[in-house]
Design a protein around this ligand. Sequence first.
Ligand code: GRF
Length: 203
Amino acid sequence: MTAPEPTGIVVLVSGSGTNLQALIDAAADPAYGVRILAVGGDRAGITGLHRAAAAGITVFVCRVEDFDTRAEWDAALAERIGDHEPAFVVSAGFMKLLGPQVLGRWTVLNTHPALLPSFPGAHAVRDALAAGAQQTGCTVHVVDAGIDTGPVLAQATVDVEPDDTEDTLHERIKAVEHPLLVEIVGRAAREGITVSDGKATIP
Ligand code: GRF
């Protein structure tokens, strides 16, 4: 039996791209059902884009500072994503708030390094440590217009150790984040994802 056509996705990155790498590795297996059509970055020269290029994936850069307004950047990003006609978009460490042009056109999955709704925002690991949390983790959720407020699809928990630094804790979070993101993106690709009334479900 031949495998069904894979579902095409676009992945957005801002940094080291270890989550992207986990997706690239998973997508090497046709049974995973995902083809990464392109990887977009909010700046050039980042490791995430190098990882994509090394895997033979088309990359593009869409920088906020190249546009007069955030709305123009949003429209340009939507156009760059749209060039590849993905079924959905994955934000894998993309550190910019997405606008209505992108969010109105695609379901966007995001991975966040905390147990939402705790510790939203750009410094989730630092904030969990500062609050003295004994457990934290990661969340895969659907992006809405808020800051890490969209409906949760899955979470994984990590114990905070007494001698943890932001780096050691983030590394242990990434160890559970990578397989969780791979699992949820694969299921969303193979089974579909529905978002309605502020709830997201994969059948
Ligand atoms: C991840 O922990 C993600 O949750 C957060 O930023 C980190 C990105 O890591 N938003 P990487 O670029 O995938 O290595």
